[in-house]
Design a protein around this ligand. Structure first.
Ligand SMILES: Cc1cc2nc3c(=O)[nH]c(=O)nc-3n(C[C@H](O)[C@H](O)[C@H](O)COP(=O)(O)O)c2cc1C
Length: 213
């Protein structure tokens, strides 16, 4: 009986230690220099569906997200990818082995959303579970204030996601990484796993990783 009483606080302490580790991550400044010339990056752009399991450094995650839709004109808070009417309605959820984070471009931070490995929930193909980074593009229809009808919201958020995805493809090409954009996803499962609100709609996901040897 005594042993059980000792065991319970121990388990609580271990859980607390893990919980404390899962916090927001302040990203280093993105490196905006270097990379391959644009024409070379375009020439090498391709879909690759095989990933090595090696994890990205926080610098690589910062560079990747800045390329995707980071802020490139701070004085206007404008981004590397365009959005219809500058609504900036696409959020990027960053799904890592350690948990789910939300990219906060303004503060260059990964905001901790949920601890645990949920990569497999972000696509229906086996490789999604092993890619070190899975980006999930989620449109917030609540941010599309001047777009009245739902059809246009769907259209604009899909096109806006396409620009972000292509930025990621070009970054991957420039850095010799593997990536594939995914439309074959279980949107209900993504909504449930991330805990999205009724205004938030998953559009596509995109695993990124090192090329498999
Ligand atoms: C909107 C969109 C959705 C896609 N969905 C998937 C997908 O669910 N699974 C997959 O393996 N590839 C997917 N792809 C990747 C395409 O199959 C790939 O781009 C196409 O075969 C052309 O190859 P490339 O990108 O190397 O030029 C998708 C591409 C786009 C643009």
């Amino acid at each position: 009986m005594k042993k059980i009483f000792l065991l319970i606080p121990c388990i609580l302490l271990i859980n607390l230690a893990f919980a404390q580790n899962f916090t927001d991550i302040k990203l280093p400044e993105p490196d905006k220099s270097g990379g391959k010339p644009l024409m070379e990056a375009l020439n090498n752009r391709q879909t690759i569906r095989e990933f090595g399991t090696e994890e990205f450094s926080v610098q690589q995650i910062s560079d990747l997200l800045w390329a995707a839709c980071g802020i490139n004109r701070p004085e206007e808070s404008k981004r590397t990818a365009p959005t219809a009417m500058n609504d900036q309605e696409i959020d990027i959820y960053v799904v890592l082995k350690s948990g789910i984070y939300l990219y906060d471009a303004t503060n260059n931070t990964l905001k901790a959303i949920k601890e645990g490995d949920f990569r497999a929930d972000m696509g229906r193909q086996d490789f999604v579970a092993v890619a070190p980074v899975v980006l999930v593009y989620v449109a917030d229809f609540g941010r599309m204030a001047f777009v009245m009808d739902k059809k246009t919201k769907i259209f604009y958020s899909a096109t806006d996601t396409g620009f972000i995805s292509q930025n990621v493809y070009l970054y991957a090409s420039s850095e010799n990484l593997a990536t594939v954009v995914l439309g074959y996803i279980n949107k209900d499962r993504i909504v449930k796993t991330i805990g999205l609100s009724k205004n938030q709609h998953p559009i596509l996901s995109q695993p990124v990783g090192f090329k498999k040897d």
